[in-house]
Design a binder for this molecule. Structure first.
Ligand code: 2AM
Ligand code: CA
Ligand code: CA
Ligand code: CA
Length: 251
């Protein structure tokens, strides 16, 4: 399964890179800053077709076009974000990812975050470790809040939602990439100590499999398990920073 998924990702990423030379069709979803392109939809359809061909009994949860709810997490479930960071895709032509997760009976088994323009695939599985392309990544250090950079959602920072502004000021600095995948990659590399945002299940499903391998802590921002059925405020961090954020700023 891992080899197959890697082949699909390589094919999809190649298609996306070529598509950047053509005119994109960009539409608004809920508003001016919530975009979808023809490529998001084509890439999602590509993966759904592959999964239906090879694993016809599996369920699929994906961001676009009628796949964004699921009746049950029983059996094997694929969770797909065909382009994470669509705004970056449209405006920057970089800093966007393809994300795929495989869950079984609600437990994350495999996660893939592909930074398309850097051609960097971060992937791994339960009790398997985390890899960047073919190289196994080392465990990041358990750094405290005051010692590291933290990724944040710009709106939460600006409005100080759940004290995001104060948490940022207690850290070494905030970073805002506009892409959940890029933020979770920064944690896997040990560059960021955490990430605070407002996310849907396809934004975090793959990343959780990977950060879990490294012992990062994660939950909704109030400390409850992530629901996987709605958008909610999200916190992931090193164990040390997670505890500090919960105790000092949230509760
Ligand atoms: P997306 O590009 O796949 O929609 C930063 O905005 C991050 O939050 C991105 O990873 C983006 O994923 C995600 N996000 C989730 N819901 C969003 C929304 N309604 N508007 C903008 N970004 C959203
Ligand atoms: Ca979107
Ligand atoms: Ca996303
Ligand atoms: Ca998306």
């Amino acid at each position: 399964m891992i080899i197959e998924i890697k082949e699909w990702l390589a094919e999809a990423a190649g298609y996306i890179r070529v598509s950047l030379t053509n005119q994109l069709t960009v539409s608004q979803k809920s508003g001016r800053t919530d975009l979808v392109t023809n490529i998001d939809e084509e890439i999602q359809s590509f993966f759904i077709k592959k999964i239906n061909q090879h694993y016809p009994n599996d369920r699929i949860l994906a961001e676009e076009k009628g796949f964004n709810t699921i009746d049950s997490f029983a059996g094997r479930v694929w969770i797909i974000d065909p382009i994470d960071g669509t705004m970056n895709f449209v405006m920057e032509q970089e800093n966007f990812c393809i994300m795929i997760a495989v869950y079984e009976e609600g437990v994350g088994q495999l996660g893939f975050i592909y930074d398309v323009m850097k051609e960097e695939l971060y992937w791994g599985g339960k009790n398997y470790g985390v890899f960047l392309n073919e190289r196994k990544l080392p465990q990041p250090k358990d750094v405290t809040l005051s010692e590291g950079l933290i990724g944040m959602n710009a709106y939460m920072y600006r409005k100080n939602i759940y004290s995001a502004g104060e948490i940022g000021h207690a850290s070494m600095g905030i970073r805002v990439s506009g892409c959940a995948g890029v933020e979770l990659i920064a944690m896997l590399k040990g560059n960021h100590i955490g990430y605070i945002s407002n996310l849907s299940p396809w934004d975090y499903a793959a990343g959780l499999v990977l950060i879990n391998e490294f012992g990062f802590k994660y939950s909704n921002i109030e400390g409850k398990p992530l629901a996987f059925d709605k958008r909610e405020y999200f916190l992931a961090a090193t164990p040390a920073a997670y505890t500090q954020i919960q105790e000092k700023f949230i509760q």
